[in-house]
Design a protein around this ligand. Structure first.
Ligand code: UTP
Length: 407
């Protein structure tokens, strides 16, 4: 793409200001800008004019498989899970493309050191947990790590420096998720420098399409991977590729398994698994009616009682249909640093525009069946969103210690 092509294309969408500084850029910078223009998907901007309907369907309960039943069928599940792992049919996929703005660290979230007496990195905790499964199966599990353009190099370099925390390097595949441009409240693109449009990672549902775009579909088919266990970077007690969870999901013959935890209290602010118009979905705490709050399941427990923890096991064959569908776009007000008309860098203290994100929850809504699988919160859920307070480095350290992990 040359300057004239870029100008023509940008004018057609009213964004020609992106080239405002073009003539004063070095040749290398001009090239960078032109290639960013060529690669960026500007179609997200058209979604600003779509009415943001948040029309919900009819909710009904989706019974979770509870700990008592899991305990009873533990051996059966374990055997099936181990078999699938040994046959290389299950891969792990670490979602590490987020910006981690609430934690506010200078480094990618996984590189953050949460140790007290000794260094203990978030990535290290996750690799240790995955290694536990490798030891049980005596087989390396393919690990995909999704980064973003913003944190890719720092993430890869960190893994290399730390020798992959003992994981087998050839079994780790990094890929970058796609980025979405950011704009002001009138839909005008922000520039983060004179030769770069402001962009941000396109949300955690971007993982499957980004992975295919990176050419990794080849690994899935060559290695015969039938299931992908995606998990968030920020839960340091995350048990991924858990053989019992895999076994239960495979035997239930569902499109996706979802680890869930019992709500800490009826008012806890988490999304809970349910059905929406007969399909798996997640109902947000503020969408629960009184009737739903009082509904009971067959055990007499609350029927909407199991919160999601961003640990899902997707059946690969069902993902193809999701990739073809147009997913809802979440348009979120955020603080977006930019350069102003004088070319000066501005870091706003209040939200000044929109970012575009697609959420993994919407992938679940496209699938036909789901098994919510109960795990014990104190053993498997220690999210780190903030430095202090709720879901923080502080609370995660306490939970790690409770589980016998030195920090
Ligand atoms: P969060 O919703 O907590 O977002 O991500 P975040 O970006 O990490 O943190 P904040 O909101 O800026 O403080 C949940 C999981 O989804 C991943 C994150 O890395 C985390 O594992 N994620 C999120 C992505 O991989 N890509 C994204 O675009 C967004």
């Amino acid at each position: 793409m040359n300057r004239d092509d870029a100008y023509k294309m940008l004018s057609s969408i009213g964004q020609q200001h992106v080239l405002r500084y073009y003539d004063e850029l070095s040749e290398a910078q001009q090239k960078l800008l032109l290639s960013q223009i060529e690669e960026t998907d500007f179609s997200v901007l058209t979604r600003l004019s779509e009415t943001q309907t948040d029309l919900k369907g009819t909710f009904s309960p989706l019974e979770a498989m509870q700990c008592a039943e899991i305990e009873k069928r533990k051996e059966e599940f374990y055997e099936v899970g181990i078999k699938n792992l040994k046959e290389g049919k299950v891969a792990a996929l670490l979602l590490a493309g987020g910006m981690g703005t609430r934690l506010g660290a200078e480094v990618p979230k996984g590189v953050y050191d949460i140790g007290i007496k000794k260094p203990l990195y978030i990535f290290e905790c996750l690799i240790n947990n995955l290694m536990d499964v490798v030891k049980q199966t005596d087989k390396w599990i393919r690990l995909f790590v999704m980064t973003s353009e913003k944190n890719h190099d720092a993430t890869v370099q960190f893994f290399k420096e730390k020798d992959f925390f003992g994981y087998k390097e050839e079994m780790v595949t990094f890929f970058k998720q796609d980025m979405a441009p950011a704009c002001d409240f009138n839909g005008n693109l922000y520039m983060e420098s004179k030769y770069r449009i402001s962009t941000s990672p396109n949300g955690n549902a971007g993982w499957y399409t980004s992975m295919l775009r990176a050419g990794l579909g080849k690994i899935l088919s060559e290695e015969g991977i039938e299931w992908i266990n995606i998990f968030a970077v920020d839960n340091v007690l995350q048990r991924m590729c858990d053989p019992c969870f895999i076994g239960a999901t495979v035997l239930a013959d569902v499109a996706v398994g979802s680890k869930v935890v019992r709500k800490a209290s009826p008012d806890e602010k988490v999304g809970v698994m349910c059905l929406e118009d007969g399909k798996p979905s997640i109902v947000e705490y503020y969408e629960l009616s009184d009737e739903m709050r009082n509904a009971k399941d067959s055990n007499g427990d609350s029927a909407y009682n199991y919160g999601v923890i961003l640990n899902y096991l997707f059946r690969v064959s069902d993902l193809e249909s999701v990739a073809e569908k147009k997913m809802p776009m979440h348009i979120v007000k955020k603080k977006i640093p930019y350069i102003d008309e004088k070319g000066e860098y501005v870091s706003p203290s209040e939200p000044n525009g929109y970012k575009f994100e697609q959420l993994v929850i919407d992938m679940i809504r496209q699938l036909s069946s789901c098994l919510p699988y109960e795990v014990i919160r104190d053993k498997e859920f220690a999210p780190i969103k903030n430095l202090t307070g709720v879901d923080s480095v502080e609370t995660a350290r306490i939970l790690l210690q409770k589980n016998g992990i030195e920090v």
